[in-house]
Design a protein around this ligand. Sequence first.
Ligand SMILES: Cc1cc2nc3c(=O)[nH]c(=O)nc-3n(C[C@H](O)[C@H](O)[C@H](O)COP(=O)(O)OP(=O)(O)OC[C@H]3O[C@@H](n4cnc5c(N)ncnc54)[C@H](O)[C@@H]3O)c2cc1C
Length: 402
Amino acid sequence: MELTQNKTSASFIALLARYNEFLKQYIYPLELKAVYGSFKASLPELRALREIAKKEGLFAPHLSKEEGGLGLSLQEFGRISEILGKSPIGHYVFNCQAPDIGNMELMHQFASKELKEKYLKPLQKGEIRSCFAMTEPENAGSNPVHLSTTAVKVGDEYIINGHKWFTSSADGAAFTIVMAITDPENSNPYQRASMILVPLDNPGFKLVRNIPIMGDIGEDYMSHGEVKFINCRVPASNLIGQEGQGFALAQERLGPGRIHHCMRWIGICERAIELMCRRALTRMLDPGKPLASQQTIQNWIAESVASVKASRLMVLATAQKIDEEGAKAAKEDISTIKFFVSDVLMNTLDRAIQVHGGLGITDDTLLSFWYRHERGARIYDGPDEVHKSVLAKRILKQFAGS
Ligand SMILES: Cc1cc2nc3c(=O)[nH]c(=O)nc-3n(C[C@H](O)[C@H](O)[C@H](O)COP(=O)(O)OP(=O)(O)OC[C@H]3O[C@@H](n4cnc5c(N)ncnc54)[C@H](O)[C@@H]3O)c2cc1C
C-alpha cells in the first residue's frame, strides 16, 4: 500500500498551518487555566474560541460539508487531530473531542431521523455534549460481553437498570448512549446487547459522582462519571440501530476512534518533546553548560522523535486502510497502533518529566496533567494486553500447522 499522506496538497498544508496558528494564538494562552483551574469557569472563554473557530471555518473538521464540517478523509482528519492534540483543550474547542466525536459518528450512521434531529444536530453544532456508558464497576470491561445492565421492553418503552462507571464527561452532558442487555438468552453473546439513547434529565438517571483520577476529581467535560440507571424509562424509539446490534456498533465506533486517539497522543508527544527541548536548552548545569549538552538527554530526545515518527506513519497507514477498505479489514492494524502509540506516549511523557526535574511533576507545566490523565491510554479503548493478544493470535495463525 502506498501511503498517500506524502502527496498532501498545498491547500491541505495551508489548512494545517491555520490550525497550528489558531492553537498558538488562542488556545495555548488559556490551556493551563482551563485544565488546572475550574474547567466550568473557563467555559465562557472556551465558547468564545468556538465562535472564532466557526467564523474561520475550522469548527468540527471531522463532519461532512453538508453537516458543517470540512468533509475530510479519516487520514486527513488524523493530521488535524495530531495538531489539536498538542493542547488538552484543542479537540474541545473544535468540537471533535471524545466521547462526542464517537457518538456523532455512530448516530450519523445508525440513529433514526428523529434522534438525529433532536440530539445529533445540536451535538454537531456544539450546543450540547454527550457521553457513552458501557463499562461497569462490577464486570471486567476487557470482556465486553459481561454486562449486568438490562433494558427490558415494556410496551413502547425500555426500562433500563444498571450501574456504570468511567462514563467520561457525564457531568453536564445532555444525553448518554448506554449499552444494555436486551436479549440475555441469545446463544450468541455478541448479540445480547443494544445501544439506547438516554437523555440525562431523565428521573431514572443518576450521576453518583465524578471519579477522582489520581487526586483530580475534575468537572464538566473534564470528568469521569459513576452513574446509575434506576427504572429509567425511555421511548423504544431511542434504540440506536437494531436490537442486539450493540457490540457490532461498538466496533464501528471504536475503529476510527482509535485513529483519533492515536493521532491525539502523537500531538501530545510533540508538545512534550518541544517542552523537553526548550527546558534542556535553558536549564544550566553550569554557566554555559545546558542540560542539552548531556548525551543521556540527547538520547531521550532522539528516541522520542524517532518513535513519534514511526507512530505517525503506522497510524496514517492504518487510517488510509480504514478509508479504503473499512475498519474490519484493518482490525489487526488498529490493535497494533493502539498498544504501540500508547507506549510511545508514556515513554515520551516520562522522559519529558525527567528532563524537567522537580518542575516536571508540578502543575506549572502540562506534563503532570498528561501524566495523570493519559495513563489511562493503556487501559481505555481495550487494554493494551488485549490488543497485543489480537495481533499475536493473527500472526501465530500464519504459522500453525506449517
Ligand atoms: C480515562 C478513561 C476513560 C474511559 N472512558 C470510558 C467511557 O467514556 N465509557 C465507557 O463505557 N468506558 C470508559 N472507560 C472504561 C474502559 O473502557 C475500561 O477501563 C477498559 O475497557 C478496561 O476495563 P476494566 O477497567 O474493567 O479493566 P479489567 O477488564 O478489569 O482489566 C484489568 C486489566 O487486566 C488486564 N487484562 C484484561 N484482559 C486481558 C487479557 N485478555 N489478556 C491479558 N491481560 C488482560 C489488562 O492489563 C487490564 O488493564 C474509560 C477508562 C479510562 C481509564
